[in-house]
Design a protein around this ligand. Structure first.
Ligand code: LAC
Length: 227
């Protein structure tokens, strides 16, 4: 049973997989690598995230654009697929053109009338502003926050602290919304009020931190936020 939602002061959203559909890159991967689209895109995303966690542990901070490229290069080498520089640039460029999930624009419109909204993501500011502009959503957000401002990737607590500093609200009154269960666990470990969008009907991560709410699409957040 979900806990009652506190009087939320703001909503903060993860970007990739939460607002923007990263599986769309699979189609572009299939264009460059016929028959291997899902294999490339799946391994690419996995390595991109692994590299973010490993760099955080190594206390290094190459930016997410670079990790996105390195993850793609690893995936292609592992699968024995030659990757030209032109194909790499085309595929990485997809990150600036990802589509929002279908319910996202309407839900953000409703939510933004009730509460200040922000993005807090591993992406660089350029990546986040680009994809948000591409979807016509720039006006919905009070802040677009990149982990680069904290100099470390999620789920380091310093990242979630950025939301507290920039929104000026107590952490338990900031609703953090993510589809990535490991990101939801990191935000909960830090102390935010966490809403996990379980878009893909996945089991919960067993990291010891349960989300405060579990929903399946962003629409379900509208009544929770009283919007
Ligand atoms: C992000 C990754 C976790 O947007 O999806 O931060």
């Amino acid at each position: 049973m979900a806990a009652a939602s506190p009087n939320l002061a703001a909503l903060v959203f993860d970007a990739y997989g939460t607002l923007y559909d990263v599986t769309a890159v699979a189609a572009r991967c299939a264009h460059h690598f016929p028959g291997n689209g899902p294999a490339v895109s799946g391994l690419w995303r996995q390595k991109q995230l692994e590299y973010s966690w490993l760099n955080a542990l190594m206390e290094r901070h190459p930016d997410f654009w670079r990790l996105t490229e390195e993850g793609l290069r690893f995936a292609c080498s592992a699968l024995g697929l030659p990757l030209s520089d032109a194909a790499a640039a085309d595929l990485i460029g997809e990150y600036l053109k990802l589509s929002a999930y279908p319910e996202v624009p309407g839900a953000l419109e409703r939510l933004s009338r009730k509460l200040p909204l922000a993005i807090l993501s591993n992406g660089t500011r350029t990546m986040l502003e680009g994809v948000t502009r591409h979807n016509g959503l720039t006006e919905r957000f009070r802040h677009i926050l990149s982990v680069d401002e904290a100099g470390v990737f999620k789920p380091a607590p310093r990242v979630y602290q950025l939301a507290v500093e920039r929104l000026g609200a107590p952490k338990e009154r900031i609703g953090f919304v993510s589809t990535n269960a490991w990101d939801a666990a990191g935000a909960k470990s830090f102390g935010l009020h966490v809403i996990w969008i379980n878009r893909f009907k996945r089991p919960r991560e067993r990291l010891g931190y349960e989300p405060d709410r579990e929903i399946h699409t962003l629409d379900e957040l509208i009544p929770i936020a009283g919007a």
